[in-house]
Design a protein around this ligand. Structure first.
Ligand SMILES: Nc1ncnc2c1ncn2[C@@H]1O[C@H](COP(=O)(O)OP(=O)(O)OP(=O)(O)O)[C@@H](O)[C@H]1O
Ligand SMILES: [Mg+2]
Length: 179
């Protein structure tokens, strides 16, 4: 099965991205994860879109590593949840990492316990390929799209929906530069 990535922001009632960030290498993608770890709070939803190998899991590695140890490049074992579907990291706040790549419809969300995780509001919920199932979008949260650029790097486009989460994302770019 190959799923091509066609993310259409309007399908999720998202208009203009709040920012676009150039990520020249894997370290930059991890640093974006670090900046998001510093910005997001318990109960926040982070949807990740972009083709196979775009860097979605890399970003979550940076986020989890930061919550564990404050360095985005530290060795942490963050496996892709493509087969396990849901991984949990007991960080503070905790992180749930999901991948909807192998799912197809709304019922699949029910059967993996998707809403239990999203509605509990006890963790930062990172969901790769969330846009495959339109209903998975909780209507408030952050979306990061990773796209290959002309060189070897990536371009990140970031949307935020919801008053609280938008506030939390102010200064995101500065946080990335803080290291
Ligand atoms: N900004 C970047 N520039 C260049 N390479 C990058 C960048 N970010 C991540 N990568 C590389 O992209 C590769 C794939 O990353 P990753 O596994 O995170 O993708 P993914 O989006 O999770 O893919 P999948 O859809 O298969 O889960 C890794 O080898 C990683 O080092
Ligand atoms: Mg992945």
């Amino acid at each position: 099965m190959t799923v091509e990535h066609h993310f259409e922001p309007a399908d999720f009632d998202l208009d203009a991205p709040i920012c676009e960030i150039s990520l020249k290498d894997e370290g930059d993608t991890r640093r974006l994860g670090q900046a998001l770890a510093k910005s997001l709070a318990k109960g926040d939803f982070l949807g990740l879109v972009g083709n196979l190998g775009a860097g979605k899991t890399t970003l979550v590695q940076g986020l989890v590593a930061t919550l564990q140890s404050n360095s985005p490049d530290d060795e942490v074992v963050v496996h892709s949840p493509t087969y396990t579907l849901i991984n949990h990291y007991p960080t503070s706040p905790p992180v749930h990492h999901l991948d909807l790549y192998r799912l197809e419809r709304y019922d699949d969300l029910e059967s993996i316990g998707y809403w239990d995780v999203v509605d509990a509001g006890r963790s930062i919920v990172c969901v790769e390929w969330f846009s495959i199932i339109q209903e998975s979008w909780p209507e408030e949260g952050v979306v990061v799209e990773l796209v290959r650029d002309d060189s070897q790097g990536r371009m990140a486009r970031i949307w935020a929906e919801g008053e609280q989460v938008c506030k939390r994302l102010e200064g995101l770019v500065d946080k990335m530069q803080e290291g």
